[in-house]
Design a protein around this ligand. Sequence first.
Ligand code: SAH
Length: 347
Amino acid sequence: MINLYGLPLHKLEQLMLDEGQKKYRATQLYIWLYEKRATSFDEMSDISIKFREVLKEKYCLEIPKIHTKQVSSDGTIKLLLELKDGYKVETVLMRYSYGNAICVSSQVGCSMGCSFCSSGLLGRQRNLTSDELVGQVLVMNNLLREENKGQRVTHIVVMGTGEPFDNYDNVMDFIRVVNAQKGLAIGARHITVSTCGLPDGIRKYAREGLQTNLAISLHAPNDELRNELMKINKVFNLEKLMEAIKEYEEIANRRVTYEYLLLSGINDTLEHAAELTKLIKGTKGYVNLIPYNETKLCDYKRSSGNRVHAFLDYLTNHGVTATIRKEFGSDIDAACGQLKAKCEGKL
Ligand code: SAH
């Protein structure tokens, strides 16, 4: 069974042509799926009963089930979703003044093995399919609609569990579905993919012709420290990463966001800030400082507020645009992998 939610419009059009249907049938289905939010083929009254039977035989319209739901005092919603084969993934909804942002997972677990990240420590089980990625947004949209009719997901960050460029094709299909005008119509500038720094993925992404954003999990300003925190750096070091970023900036004509997690006594001194400034100087990117969400699975501690502000001041005084990431849902295990780890008895 092919899940229709995973198909970008051009793929669905090809499938309809293969079925002996008109290309327009695909747009008609998209309108049923995303505008009218049909949950069964029987509702699709402008499609012949005969073709509806064909659709029922070969295609399905399934979204993941909610296994656990937590709502924070700040309105953040964290879901543990259960997939068809029983695997579970986390999805988080954060409320900003400008809209509702969802943080989607791209894989069940992760194989990148960053030393500070609980998802990485649990290993990777499998890639998520494009319909499971779209499904995370649909589940959240359903909850928002229950709350208030006009509400919907307006922003997407692919920053949940998993490395999106290690599941490249499914993530690109997902982006095309959510971005499509007749799909979920989420603007490209409202979609961000975050990578631990896979140069081939960055180069490919640069050539997708998308106006979506790219965030790079940098976290360390030199190879020695980055090797310690992110083992992927031993394969693709900072020189290779920075080369790929420069190519991205040129080809996509977009600037990246550097994510920099502040870990107490590890990467948060002014010397590190100076090194970071030097490292990214030749690029147009800006820095997003992330307060660390402590987890029992790792020994790292978050940097003090003073340290974070001193780091920020150094950057801004040296011509680097930088911000501190706003925190959500700290009362509901909102950091990556924590709800899942807790539900599976690992926390
Ligand atoms: N694999 C991708 C996307 C998923 S991780 C990537 O590496 O970018 C999303 C972000 O959360 C990354 O910047 C990651 O380093 C960070 N992160 C992981 N564990 C964290 C924690 N406990 N607290 C704060 N940020 C964390």
